[in-house]
Design a protein around this ligand. Structure first.
Ligand SMILES: Cc1cc2nc3c(=O)[nH]c(=O)nc-3n(C[C@H](O)[C@H](O)[C@H](O)COP(=O)(O)O)c2cc1C
Length: 326
């Protein structure tokens, strides 16, 4: 059974990819994921926020008599080099030990650092880069034009500074989702990962304190991803990697039928162990065999929005017709 496909121009043997998370942060798990048939691995993101936090913590430990002004540049570059050095060591090690593509991931919020850091990913040897652009436009002063400009400035500058393929991982919160995704795809990026799962906050009503909501996805989060993959599959000029809510081999098949180029998994690996990647691959192959398909391309996108009937299913967000038929 041939599950070979291409993602971001890279040859991969399975469309199922290990998404960026704590399980892609050490060489042993990465090797296990490869052995279990992952098409590629996306290394845990480098977070600019964490680096800035480390810099501030180091500065706060300095004696008050130290000249902060003089030291800041030195401490900042030392701490950033140290944090990034470990990350790039992992990428180099992964490239030495794995045969599947190794994709770096970065989460930045300042324009300058996107540029500085991304070049260093390329130098470290990763095959592609996923930009984790999890930007929540929470400022009331921030308009959609500001968000738009931020994305286009970053993409345009970055495409000039690196030659490896670049994909963008986006959140689910855009006013003009279809239009914006299409415009992003016209900017020369190689792929869009739909979607990142935001870290949610919950309230404990007994202690009346804030705390983090569970970070793993639930299976019914699949449907939102499925909808947008199906709607956008024929409209974008780049690959779509489906992410969020994929928990079973059937879910993988659904995303491919909707038109995803690749399917990323994270929560199901946390729940079932990284060897679960093998179960997903076996399940995909068993389904293909049962339907008589020899390759993924024979059925990919078969249920993407192409005609009015499919459109009316995927575009409908309210229950009017459904209730009328009850
Ligand atoms: C523990 C954990 C750590 C994660 N770390 C990252 C990360 O560093 N970078 C990133 O882009 N996404 C990260 N994610 C998000 C996942 O890559 C993925 O987008 C999300 O979990 C939805 O996919 P799923 O339904 O398969 O879990 C993380 C998710 C979890 C649960």
């Amino acid at each position: 059974m041939n599950t070979h496909t291409k993602y971001l121009g890279l040859d991969i043997e399975s469309p199922i990819i290990a998404g960026s998370c704590g399980l892609t942060n050490d060489i042993e798990h990465l090797k296990q994921l490869e052995a279990a048939g992952a098409g590629a691995v996306i290394i845990k993101s480098v977070f600019e926020e964490q680096i800035i936090f480390d810099i501030k913590r180091n500065l706060s430990m300095m004696a008050p008599t130290d000249n902060y002004g003089m030291s800041y540049e030195y401490v900042a570059s030392h701490v950033a080099d140290d944090s990034l050095g470990k990350y790039f060591d992992l990428i180099r090690e992964a490239k030495r030990q794995l045969h599947i593509p190794v994709i770096g991931s970065i989460n930045c919020y300042s324009f300058e650092n996107w540029m500085t850091y991304t070049q260093r990913f390329q130098e470290a040897g990763c095959d592609a880069l996923e930009l984790n652009m999890a930007i929540l436009p929470y400022e009331t002063t921030l308009s959609y034009e500001d968000v738009d400009r931020l994305f286009s400035d970053i993409i345009n500058t970055l495409k000039k500074s690196v030659s490896i393929p670049v994909s963008i991982k986006v959140s689910q919160n855009f006013t003009d989702m279809a239009n914006f995704m299409q415009r992003l795809s016209w900017m020369g990026i190689n792929g869009i990962t739909m979607f990142n799962k935001p870290l949610n906050v919950d309230i404990d009503v007994n202690t009346m304190q804030l705390h983090h909501a569970p970070s793993l996805s639930s299976p019914d989060e699949l449907y939102n991803t499925l909808r947008w993959v199906a709607i956008l599959c024929k409209k974008l000029r780049c690959d779509i990697s489906a992410s969020t809510g994929v928990h079973t081999a059937d879910d993988v098949v659904k995303m491919l039928l909707a038109g995803a180029g690749t399917v990323q998994v994270v929560s199901c690996l946390y729940k079932n162990g990284v060897d679960y990647m093998r179960t997903l691959n076996d399940g995909l192959q068993a389904w293909m065999k049962s339907k008589g398909y020899d390759s993924v391309d024979q059925f990919r996108g078969m249920l993407a929005v192409k005609n009015n009937e499919q459109a009316s299913m995927f575009f409908r967000t309210q229950f009017m017709k459904h209730f009328a038929e009850l």
